[in-house]
Design a protein around this ligand. Structure first.
Ligand SMILES: NC(=O)C1=CN([C@@H]2O[C@H](COP(=O)(O)OP(=O)(O)OC[C@H]3O[C@@H](n4cnc5c(N)ncnc54)[C@H](O)[C@@H]3O)[C@@H](O)[C@H]2O)[C@H](O)CC1
Ligand SMILES: [K+]
Length: 469
C-alpha cells in the first residue's frame, strides 16, 4: 500500500525530543510513556508465548517505558523481573513510572539474563549520549532474545552507528516516526523486525519541526503514468555518451532507460559507432557532432560517465555544462578529486569509493557528508550502497532500504543511471528522479530474488518495477 509522505518522515533523536516537548504541552509525558509501554506490550504478546522476562531499565524515559512494559506484562501473568541500571532522577516521569512497578528489582541481572526467555532492552533510546560501558555491554551480550524499546541500546538514532556495543534485537518498537539510525547501516542490522507505533502524538507537530529526512518509498514521489496521448518526445529523450574503449556501460544505461520507459534513447559514441549500433535496433546512434546534437532542444537530459576515460569525461562534461542541459554524472567523472568539475551537473551517482575520491574521507556520518557534497556541487547526490542516501542541495535527504544485495553486480550502477535519466527526462524533478530511480532499481533487484541477476536481467525487470511503484 502506498504510504503518505508524512509517515515516511524520519526524525533525528534531537528532533524527537523536540516532538516530545511539544506533545507534552497537551499530553503529559507520563501518559505518552504509558502509551509507549502499552504499544510495546501489545507487540510482545502478539509474537511471544508467556515466558520469563527480564526488563533492563535505564535512567531516562526509555527506562520509564520499560517499567510500564514490566507492569503490563506482569498484569497479564507473565513472570517479570526488572533491573534498574541507573536510577531515574527524582521527580522525573521515569521515576513516576518506576513507582508504579510494584514488583521487585533484581540487584544482579547477570544472574538471570541468560535464563530469561525474553530481555526487554529499555536502557537507552533517544537520549544515548556516549558509548555503552563495559558492564552494560557484557550484560547485554548474555541476552538470548531481545526486544528493544525505541532502538537497541547503543545504536545512535541519528547515524545508525554502534556506540561501543548494541544487542541484535528480534523486535524493535519505536514511536511516532522512525529515526535515520533504524535504516542506516550498521544500525539497520540490529533492529530485527521494526514496528512504528502511534502513541497519540499529533502529526501536526511535524510542521514545527520541519523534518528534512525521509525513508525512500513510493509516496515520497510519484512517477508519471502512461497517458493515451503519449508520444516518444513526451515520454522523454535520454542521451548517453558512449565511451570509446569501455562500451558496455553506456549500452547498459541505454538498455535500462528503454526498459523503464524512455521514449527515445540516443547514444553519442566517442569512438566507433559499430558496437553501439549493433547492440540494439532501439538505440539511435548520433551521426552529428556533439555541438549539433546539443542544439536539439528536445534533448534535455544527458548521461555522462559510464564507461568514460577520465580525459573523455572531463572534456565532454564541460561541453555539456556549457550547454545548460540536465546532466547525470557517474563513474568516469569521479576519477579525480575535482569538485569544481561537477558544478552545473544535476545529479551525481557515486558509490562510496568514488565519493571519497572526489569529496575526501567521510568524517562525521554519511548523511552529513552527502548533504555537504550536494551543497558544494549544487547537484542531487546519490551516495550508493546497501543504504543508499539521496541528498539534495536544499538539505533534504532520503534513505533507501528497498534493495537487494543481488544488485551488487557489474553494470548495476550503469543501469541505475539510465533509470534516473529516464525519470528526469519524463519531467520529474532532480530530487524525485533520483529517489524514485533508486527505489525502482531496488525493486528490479528484489524481483530477481530467485536468481543471481546480471545487469541485463535487472533492466528487464524495470518495467514491472515501474508498475509496482
Ligand atoms: N518518543 C516519544 O514520544 C516518547 C519517548 N519516550 C521514550 O523516551 C526515550 C528518550 O528518553 P530520554 O530520557 O531523553 O533518554 P534515554 O532514556 O534514552 O536516556 C537518557 C539517560 O541515559 C543516560 N545515558 C545516555 N547514554 C548513556 C550511556 N552510554 N551510558 C550510561 N548512561 C547513558 C543519560 O545521561 C540520561 O540519564 C525514548 O527513547 C523513548 O523510549 C517517552 O516514553 C515518551 C514518549
Ligand atoms: K532501548
Amino acid at each position: 500500500m502506498r504510504k503518505e509522505a508524512s509517515s515516511l518522515i524520519l526524525l533525528t533523536p534531537s528532533q524527537m525530543l523536540e516532538v516530545d516537548k511539544e506533545a507534552a504541552k497537551t499530553i503529559p509525558i507520563i501518559q505518552l510513556m504509558e502509551n509507549a509501554g502499552w504499544a510495546v506490550t501489545q507487540e510482545v504478546v502478539k509474537r511471544y508465548k508467556p515466558c520469563s522476562v527480564l526488563v533492563l531499565c535505564g535512567p531516562g524515559n526509555n527506562g520509564g517505558d520499560g517499567y510500564v512494559v514490566a507492569r503490563l506484562l506482569a498484569k497479564k501473568g507473565w513472570p517479570v523481573r526488572v533491573a534498574a541500571i541507573g536510577r531515574p532522577k527524582v521527580g522525573s516521569d521515569a521515576e513516576q513510572a518506576a513507582h508504579r512497578w510494584a514488583g521487585s528489582i533484581v540487584e544482579h541481572p547477570e544472574d538471570y539474563i541468560e535464563k530469561s526467555g525474553l530481555v526487554i532492552d529499555a536502557l537507552f533510546g533517544a537520549g544515548l549520549s556516549r558509548n555503552i560501558d563495559s558492564y552494560i555491554s557484557e550484560l547485554l551480550r548474555k541476552a538470548r532474545r531481545v526486544v528493544a524499546i525505541d532502538t537497541p541500546s547503543g545504536i545512535d538514532g541519528a547515524t545508525g552507528k554502534v556506540m561501543g556495543y548494541a544487542p541484535h534485537a528480534e523486535l524493535t518498537v519505536t514511536f511516532f516516526r522512525a529515526k535515520p539510525g533504524h535504516y542506516l547501516l550498521p544500525g539497520r542490522e540490529y533492529m530485527g523486525e521494526l514496528v512504528i507505533k502511534d502513541i497519540a502524538i499529533s502529526p501536526v507537530i511535524l510542521s514545527q519541526i520541519k523534518p528534512q529526512c525521509w525513508l525512500n518509498e513510493p509516496g515520497l514521489w510519484s512517477i508519471p503514468t502512461s497517458e493515451v496521448e503519449d508520444y516518444k518526445y513526451r515520454r522523454g529523450i535520454v542521451s548517453i555518451i558512449g565511451g570509446s574503449v569501455m562500451t558496455g556501460a553506456a549500452r547498459l544505461s541505454a538498455h535500462a532507460a528503454l526498459n523503464v520507459g524512455a521514449g527515445l534513447v540516443h547514444i553519442f559514441a566517442l569512438g566507433s559507432h559499430d558496437i553501439y549500433s549493433s547492440s540494439s535496433a532501439c538505440f539511435v546512434i548520433d551521426k552529428d557532432s556533439l555541438e549539433t546534437s546539443l542544439q536539439d532542444s528536445r534533448r534535455k537530459v544527458w548521461v555522462c560517465g559510464p564507461g568514460l576515460l577520465l580525459g573523455e569525461a572531463k572534456e565532454i562534461l564541460s561541453k555539456l555544462i556549457a550547454s545548460n542541459v540536465k546532466i547525470i554524472a557517474d563513474a568516469g567523472v569521479f576519477q579525480a578529486e575535482n569538485i569544481e568539475m561537477l558544478k552545473g551537473v544535476s545529479i551525481i551517482t557515486p558509490h562510496i569509493g568514488e565519493f571519497i575520491r572526489v569529496f575526501g574521507e567521510i568524517k562525521a556520518d554519511k548523511i552529513s557528508a552527502a548533504r555537504v557534497a550536494a551543497q558544494q556541487t549544487g547537484a542531487v547526490v546519490v551516495l550508493k550502497g546497501a543504504d543508499t542516501i539521496i541528498a539534495s542541495p536544499d538539505g533534504r535527504v532520503a534513505i533507501n532500504q528497498h534493495a537487494s544485495p543481488r544488485l551488487a553486480t557489474a553494470g548495476s550502477g550503469d543501469t541505475l543511471t539510465g533509470v534516473i535519466a529516464t525519470l528526469l527526462a519524463a519531467g520529474m524533478s532532480e530530487w524525485e528522479s533520483a529517489c524514485a530511480g533508486v527505489w525502482l532499481h531496488g525493486e528490479a533487484g528484489l524481483l530477481c530474488e530467485h536468481s543471481w541477476p546480471t545487469a541485463e536481467m535487472l533492466a528487464n525487470n524495470l518495467g514491472k518495477a515501474r508498475d509496482n511503484a
